[in-house]
Design a binder for this molecule. Structure first.
Ligand code: NAD
Length: 492
């Protein structure tokens, strides 16, 4: 039997059923740790996209549309519980698609994937709408109150770096608000979205409420879904350039978009910071998930008196990661997601060298056990000495790499951090309380962490400014996107 026959198949999920694509086409889903085939993924045709959107539209008028908020939110709690019950299935699927270590997938991806259903179910139940009494000439008055209604069919386009987590971050609130969804997960990581279809069926979510179609972006499923007139709103996480294409698609029919896009986040470490905590925090921000986190930092400004000590300490951290079998509890860093992405990251390694960087550590390929030799591995990498105009400092690399640069004054650090068209996140390290607040208020970002990184309260706003996005999701802010707020005015 050849590998083709042995390969699993990843099907579409339309109207409550796992179905083959009508295109007859499929593409390879490759395990980035080994370079081996995980599954053959069915590539949706335009007709499959139509079928998914139609199923989602019809479901709006079915039992889902008639459910009380209580019934709906109870069902979403059941979805979360079922994800937790099938934790190992989700874990295996996410690890096979991404190569990320068990330690990350089991602590972040899967638990957060489940939590996204609970949190938004609770938000929808607990957030009030506004009420105003209006005086009228007859003295009897009028009562205004707000009602939130679903937008309709929401197109969800998600990336590969935190596949289940970032997809459910949108599907959770969309469903909690009563919408139906058509999801296009990244072509690199199709498995957990497909598996979630089984969970939806197991807990009785009506057919058509949650649909998954697989394929690529331009001239493929991504484009067809975002151009589809049956889609009422589009929520997207991914690259800024893709956001531009989706915005053009959404212009037809003036459909609303919510965009969580790229970043080139700065970290700032002041000399008065808790040194160990800052090194630990910046190491996570630079290297966690092999640097494939939109909130991560690829440029860090360190106050000069501690610069050399900081560089040395971060070097030790970078050199302490263990590579290899993602399922092994000892492994602390996985590969990059694909060969293409590895080539992109390596091209920045080369550019840094050409542009005269001092390579403090890394810049190459780590030693891995023979079984993993065909995987997409790169070393955690630290540079110093590049000019701020360098492509390595200006462009999002999305790999485990960071440039460290000394600064002398607070003003200077703020200016350096803000010298970018992006504006997603920052991480600031200082024990001076007044300075912490002052600097956090001045960095042009959607999320400013002080003495922390990736500490997320899901009730808070999440999003970026500039080229990092449009709109905010999280907590009540998700309701702003996933519902229409209708004002009802009752003359008394
Ligand atoms: P990507 O933009 O290449 O792809 C994301 C999704 O968009 C995929 O499903 C892809 O198939 C689809 N797509 C591509 N072209 C399309 C088109 N023309 N029309 C419709 N859909 C299309 O992004 P990626 O490489 O998967 O993810 C990495 C990027 O995502 C990085 O830039 C990262 O910063 C960003 N990101 C941002 C956040 C955030 O919250 N701000 C979170 C995670 C990742």
């Amino acid at each position: 039997m050849n590998a083709h026959h042995e390969a699993k198949e990843t099907l579409l999920f339309i109207n409550g059923k796992h179905v083959p694509a009508t295109s007859g086409k499929s593409f390879d889903n490759v395990n980035p740790a080994t370079g081996r085939l995980v599954s053959k993924v069915h590539e949706a045709s335009r007709q499959d996209v139509d079928a998914a959107v139609r199923a989602a539209r019809e479901a709006l008028d079915g039992p889902w549309g008639r459910m009380s908020v209580e019934q709906r939110t109870t069902m979403l709690h059941a979805v979360a519980n079922e994800i937790s019950r099938r934790f190992d299935d989700f874990l295996q699927a996410e690890i096979a698609d991404t190569g990320k270590p068990r330690s990350i997938a089991s602590h972040i991806d899967i638990p957060r994937g489940a939590a996204n259903f609970k949190v938004f179910a609770d938000v929808v139940k607990n957030v009030p709408t506004e009420t105003f009494m209006l005086d009228t000439p007859d003295g009897k008055g009028a009562l205004n109150y707000g009602v939130r209604v679903p937008k309709g069919v929401v197109g969800v386009i998600s990336p590969w770096n935190l596949p289940l987590l970032l997809m459910t971050w949108k599907v959770g609130p969309a469903l909690a608000c009563g919408n139906t969804v058509v999801v296009k997960p990244s072509e690199e990581t199709p498995s957990t979205a497909t598996l979630l279809g089984e969970v939806m069926n197991a807990v009785g979510v009506p057919p058509g409420v949650y649909n998954v179609i697989h394929g690529f972006g331009p001239d493929s499923v991504g484009q067809w879904l975002t151009e589809h007139p049956g889609v009422n709103a589009i929520t997207f996480t991914g690259e800024t350039r893709t956001g531009e294409a989706i915005m053009r698609a959404a212009a037809h029919g003036v459909r609303p978009v919510s965009f969580e896009l790229g970043g080139k986040n700065a970290g700032i470490v002041f000399a008065d910071a808790d040194f160990e905590a800052a090194v630990e925090g910046i190491a996570r921000a630079a290297f966690a998930n092999t640097g494939q986190v939109c909130l991560g930092t690829e440029r860090v400004y360190v106050e000069r008196p501690i610069f050399d000590r900081f560089v040395a300490a971060l070097k030790d951290k970078a050199e302490s990661y263990k590579f290899g079998n993602p399922l092994d509890g000892e492994t602390t860093m996985g590969p990059l997601v694909s060969r293409t992405h590895m080539e992109k990251v390596r091209s920045y390694f080369a550019q840094a060298k050409e542009q005269g960087a001092t390579i403090v550590t890394g810049g190459g390929t780590p030693e891995v056990p023979r079984e993993y030799a065909e995987g997409f591995w790169v070393q955690p990498t630290i540079w110093t000495g590049l000019p701020e105009s360098s492509s390595v400092i200006r462009e999002e690399i999305f790999g485990p790499c960071v440039h460290l640069c000394p600064f002398d004054r607070e003003e200077e650090a703020v200016a350096l951090a803000n010298d970018t068209e992006y504006g997603l996140a920052t991480t600031i390290w200082t024990t001076d309380l007044a300075r912490a607040h002052r600097v956090a208020a001045r960095i042009n970002v959607g999320i400013a962490w002080v003495n922390s990184w990736f500490l997320r309260d899901l009730r808070t706003s999440f999003g970026g400014q500039g080229k990092s996005g449009i709109g905010r999701e999280g907590g009540v802010h998700s309701l702003e996107f996933y519902t229409e707020l209708r004002n009802v005015c009752v003359k008394l």
